[in-house]
Write a protein that binds this ligand. Structure first.
Ligand SMILES: [Zn+2]
Length: 95
């Protein structure tokens, strides 16, 4: 991956569209004691299989409903906190 100016594409697990990785939010599974929960991985630091999603809660909800996260991370008993749903970029300046 050394080609300059090339942005790899990833598939959103909510809607299935391919988009540049920079436009997608990454999520990963992280073990928390006996449980494994979904965490947001903004810096792409977590090991394991990542799940990529469009910004906005629509794709998040779709992925959560269809067990897309469990499939993407290969963790069947994944705990998903609904508060992880990404916010649309233009709603962040309200904070
Ligand atoms: Zn999507």
């Amino acid at each position: 991956m050394s080609r300059r100016g090339h942005i790899p594409e990833r598939r959103c697990i909510g809607c299935g569209r391919r988009r540049p990785r920079t436009e997608l939010a990454r999520f990963a599974a992280q073990s928390d004691g006996p449980q494994t929960r979904l965490v947001r991985d903004d810096r792409s630091r977590l090991p394991g299989r990542g799940a990529y999603l469009c910004p906005g809660s629509e794709c998040f909800e779709r992925a959560a409903t269809r067990r897309g996260f469990a499939r993407a991370t290969r963790v069947s008993a994944l705990i998903i906190d609904p508060a992880l749903a990404p916010v649309a970029p233009n709603s962040e300046d309200r904070r």
